[in-house]
Design a protein around this ligand. Structure first.
Ligand SMILES: *Cc1c(COP(=O)(O)O)cnc(C)c1O
Length: 385
């Protein structure tokens, strides 16, 4: 018998290195924004999910600081025990108002929102249909639930229909799960068509609005609003940690759904409530999203400008995108790493995304409302080399 139970770790790391899949952290200094200090040097930031530039906004900082002064740093318990404050309820009401739903519930992260919601809604006797490019939290939530999981080809409505016709009747409940903006590609799911199928085959439908909350839709309510599905019966999940500049996740939907989740979602019941500072920051962010639509307008102007310039570089293999996430494909993980490094030395922070996160390596750029034209022009000039 082997006498070294941990020896495999080093071997496994060596394999990761050989494939150019090894990852490590990079240190940012100071406030987040359109430019940041990365390892001692100022770079233009195309690596952030802070689409509206709110994470460093003075009003969010003030709100969080005041909440910490008044309520302390920790919430001290789970929501059902000692962790609940009026602030949490105020935030949930604000999310429901933004999303135009009856109610909402906040989790300590978006990841936990997906794990808890999926495991509460389906079990062994049920079926999940999941887009092959879904976020890790949806995929792992599906596995954890114990339901039968079928991954369907990316955004393929006909494949979903075929699967439903083939196997729907063998299961008690069915849940369709999809990102609305795909986080590593930037394209959108065919939401109205999928919702039609869900209605036709009596399926629940969970859409992950992590990258679309406060970004898409006339009022910033997300892809559901953008694609004209407001008011349809579905389960909308999202995060407070991207365009809302804070930390935490949410689920919005009918009051019955939300009441059920408060009683059955293990990652809500058995974890400490969101901290007062994070809660207050997210609440301040939603007020800004509702009062300052010009931030969204500016973001989309920047996105259009970048795409217009990028399309003039025929050597770039752009992935189709309808969001502030713009990717160009590269032939291997090693090449993606090399290009990422070259961009960094040109003063551009845009990460290489490699397997196993995605099937093919790429550079992923995310646009912010606070980027200036010259930032975008510098990125395009660096890509041209
Ligand atoms: C970031 C992300 C999450 C997780 O949200 P966190 O609040 O960061 O845990 C879930 N789904 C998608 C699509 C995401 O991009």
């Amino acid at each position: 018998m082997d006498t070294e139970p941990y020896a495999w770790l080093e071997q496994s790391l060596a394999t990761i290195h050989r494939a150019d899949w090894y990852r490590s952290v990079q240190t940012l200094h100071g406030l987040p924004g359109a430019t940041v200090v990365l390892e001692g040097r100022e770079v233009i930031n195309f690596a952030s999910n802070d689409y509206l530039g709110l994470a460093g906004d003075e009003r969010l900082i003030q709100a969080a600081t005041a909440a910490v002064q008044e309520f302390g740093t920790g919430s001290t318990g789970s929501r059902l025990l000692s962790g609940h404050r009026q602030l949490h309820r105020d935030l949930e009401r604000a999310i429901a108002s933004l999303k135009q739903t009856e109610d909402a519930v906040v989790f300590s992260s978006g990841y936990l929102a997906n794990l808890g919601t999926i495991t509460a809604l389906v079990g062994k006797r049920d079926l999940i249909l999941s887009d092959q490019y879904n976020h890790s939290s949806l995929k792992n939530g599906a596995i954890l639930s114990g339901a039968r999981v079928i991954d369907y080809p990316h955004c393929d409505v006909e494949a979903v229909r075929d699967e439903l016709q083939r196997v729907r009747q063998n299961y008690r409940r069915c849940l369709i799960i999809t990102d609305s903006v795909f986080s590593m590609d930037g394209d959108l799911c065919p939401l109205p068509e999928l919702l039609d199928l869900a209605e036709e085959f009596c399926c629940m439908f969970l859409v992950d609005e992590a990258h679309s909350t406060a970004v898409l839709g006339e009022n910033g309510a997300g892809c559901v609003e953008h694609l004209g599905c407001t008011g349809r019966e579905l389960i909308q999940m999202g995060t407070l940690s991207k365009a809302l500049g804070s930390l935490g996740g949410y689920v919005a939907g009918s009051s019955t759904l939300i009441d059920f989740l408060r009683n059955r979602a293990p990652s809500w019941i058995y974890t400490t409530a969101l901290s007062p500072g994070d809660t207050a920051a997210a609440l301040a962010a939603i007020a800004i999203v509702q009062q300052e639509p010009q931030r969204r307008t500016q973001l989309w102007e920047n996105v259009d400008y970048l795409k217009e310039l990028m399309q003039q570089l025929p050597q770039l293999k752009l992935l189709p995108s309808l969001s502030p996430i713009v990717c160009f494909q590269l032939t291997s993980a090693a090449e993606a790493l090399r290009v990422g490094k070259q961009l960094k030395s040109a003063g551009i922070f845009a990460p290489a995304i490699r397997p196993p996160t995605v099937p093919t390596s790429r550079i992923r750029v995310s646009v912010m409302a606070t980027h200036q034209k010259v930032h975008i022009e510098k990125l395009v000039a660096a890509c041209n080399k």
